[in-house]
Write a protein that binds this ligand. Structure first.
Ligand code: MLT
Ligand code: MN
Ligand code: ZN
Length: 319
């Protein structure tokens, strides 16, 4: 229907990015949460909007699309995005590739819903492929249909026609469901290691450069340098403050323990990127406890004043 179409579909050959989902693990509101922010959403308070778990879709030609991460809500995200609807013959999808930034449930569970014998390329680091390979549920992605492509840290490759991707490590940790075994085997759990378990993605098309970093435990000199001059940076917006979940009474973990740097504070991302020149700074992967989700909140105003936008589902960025 005409009213569903975004105006940008009339100019197909631009670098386009659609934020399919903007929430952190659990979504917003989270199914079992009555924290102050989720309570607003359950009450349909107009100051908040519901959000699905984090994923973006990118295209340079408007025809072929790639996902970065594949959230549990992939079906509703595809249904809500006309550019990703099937267009030809009886079976078709514009979706040609999926790239994973880690093995977290909010980033991989949607793959289980892409099992209807549709070909695409599944790209991740060897470590993340190892995690998927150890779980036979992912064998629903038949090997003759879904090509699993391991790529090394630091390498660049064509993600989808016209979009070049470069992957690089960012401080982070292994997926939550791997923690118990890791701790049993190694006796320690590192939450800010740089390796294959958590990566950032640099996407370039038509001379434009965008970074997607939905999980990052700390800012490093090399990361800051990489962000400098980008047309847009979509960055880990999990928590406003490190002890937010504890203060909200819904958890015992800090952001640091979960592998996420916070927005606020001396070591937060607002401060870390204050003097980094970037076309657009956009928070993604926002946890349901984060008060920036509330229109007009003090935290939202502070983030906006510091030049940050708060992503919402369906947001399009044309570059
Ligand atoms: C995270 O981003 O920390 C994870 O998605 C948490 C989780 O798996 O629930
Ligand atoms: Mn997550
Ligand atoms: Zn909540």
């Amino acid at each position: 229907m005409a009213q569903n179409r975004s105006p940008m579909e009339t100019s197909p050959s631009r670098f386009r990015l659609v934020i399919l989902g903007s929430a952190a693990g659990g979504g917003f509101p989270q199914w079992n949460c009555r924290c102050a922010v989720c309570s607003l959403a359950w009450a349909d308070d107009p100051r908040v909007r519901r959000r699905t778990q984090a994923s973006i879709a990118v295209s340079a030609n408007g025809r072929d699309w790639a996902l970065v991460n594949c959230a549990p809500e992939i079906l509703s995200q595809l249904q809500a995005t006309p550019a990703l609807h099937p267009r030809e013959g009886l079976r078709h999808s514009p979706l040609a590739a999926v790239l994973l930034t880690n093995a977290d449930i909010d980033h991989v569970a949607g793959l289980l819903s892409l099992r209807e014998a549709q070909p695409f390329t599944l790209t991740a680091t060897p470590a993340v492929h190892g995690v998927l390979g150890a779980s036979s549920a992912f064998d629903v992605l038949a090997p003759e249909m879904v090509q699993r492509r391991p790529v090394e840290l630091g390498s660049s490759f064509d993600l989808v026609e016209g979009v070049r991707a470069t992957i690089f490590p960012v401080p982070g940790k292994i997926a939550l469901y791997l923690e118990a075994r890791e701790q049993a085997e190694k006796g320690v759990l590192t939450t800010d290691m740089e390796g294959e378990q958590t990566i950032g993605v640099e996407l370039t098309a038509g001379g434009r450069r965008v970074l997607y970093i939905p999980g990052c435990a700390a800012m490093t000199v090399s990361l800051r340098e990489r962000l400098e001059g980008a047309d847009a940076v979509l960055f880990d917006g999990t928590l406003w403050r490190d002890d937010e979940m504890i203060r909200a009474g819904v958890g015992t973990k800090t952001g640091a323990r979960m592998g996420h740097m916070s927005m606020s504070g001396e070591r937060g991302s607002i401060e870390a990127l204050r003097n980094v020149k970037v076309g657009r700074k956009i928070y993604v992967h926002i946890n349901n406890t984060n008060p920036v989700l509330i229109d007009g909140s003090e935290e939202r105003i502070t983030a906006n004043k510091a030049g940050w936008e708060i992503a919402q589902d369906g947001m399009e960025i044309a570059l």
